[in-house]
Design a protein around this ligand. Sequence first.
Ligand SMILES: Nc1ncnc2c1ncn2[C@@H]1O[C@H](COP(=O)(O)OP(=O)(O)OP(=O)(O)O)[C@@H](O)[C@H]1O
Ligand SMILES: [Mg+2]
Length: 316
Amino acid sequence: MNNLLEVSHLDVGYGKTTIVRDARFAVQKGEILGIVGESGSGKSTLLKAIMQLDDTGVTVQSGRISFQGQNLTSLSNEEKRAFRGNKMGVVFQNPGSSLNPLRRVKKQFIETMQSHVKIDKKTAESRILELLEKLNLQDGQRILNSYPYELSGGMNQRIALALAMIKEPELLLADEPTSALDVTVQAQVVEEMLKLRDRFGTSIVMITHNMGIVSKMADKIAVMYAGRIVEYGEKAEVIKNHCHPYTRALLEAIPRLDGKRPVGLPGRPPTFHEVKCGCGFASRCIHGCEQCKTREQQLIPVAENHWSCCSHALGV
Ligand SMILES: Nc1ncnc2c1ncn2[C@@H]1O[C@H](COP(=O)(O)OP(=O)(O)OP(=O)(O)O)[C@@H](O)[C@H]1O
Ligand SMILES: [Mg+2]
């Protein structure tokens, strides 16, 4: 099957510092990829690289980001803007970055919609109100007439998501789009994102710290640690047959309802200057050995549609 988005051998950073190394994954039409991993592991940096925005400071140092077969890294800034406007919806980790603080919410929606399709203001407004209601924002008229600073963090987060969704993009890139919401509202927002996928075949790449959301929404999971995707594959494979010790640690750290206490992970992740080669997890890993610190890291197939960087799990 053809991939909508394909990322291969991607190194990304800020200036000369490399943060994300050798990232590889693919997303097909209508597929949802969940990216999980420790804070500071490079998730947002990776997503910003795919967004191809000029003002994030992120630079693609090598590798390829291919969207419908076209290499995005070789487009001019103008081509990138046109491309993004038509085909991608983006939601930043901080909703403030997705919204213009100087414009009322209604104006931002109308502009977004009119730049995408020919639509009159009245029809646009009723479509916006409908979407806001589905995202559990009942007080639609007041919200539309507000500036972002007049609304709560959770409201702005859903507005940023609605702005990205209303274009019915082919690819939605969302960085923790539900982190400020309580669980019942989260469930509703997740439901709407799934409906968007089902209705329009939208592909979604979503970063989240919430493993419950990943297991509900994702078709595939990429686990990041210290700038690398250390395990990647179909959701059931990664959750049930995970073979990277960091994935195991991540799953064991989830709070549980059965009385079993979550297990914390001792130690600290390495800085980005410390992980030029070898496994960044070695110093915190029960299997960590001298070879782990020097062996080149790459995703190796462990089953059909499942890859891992850990050579111990592979018996190498
Ligand atoms: N604009 C920037 N300039 C320089 N370094 C940056 C910049 N933004 C992020 N970094 C660095 O890149 C690394 C990865 O940050 P990133 O925001 O991608 O992590 P993350 O996995 O999204 O973390 P979190 O889960 O906390 O959002 C961090 O060490 C961070 O300090
Ligand atoms: Mg982040």
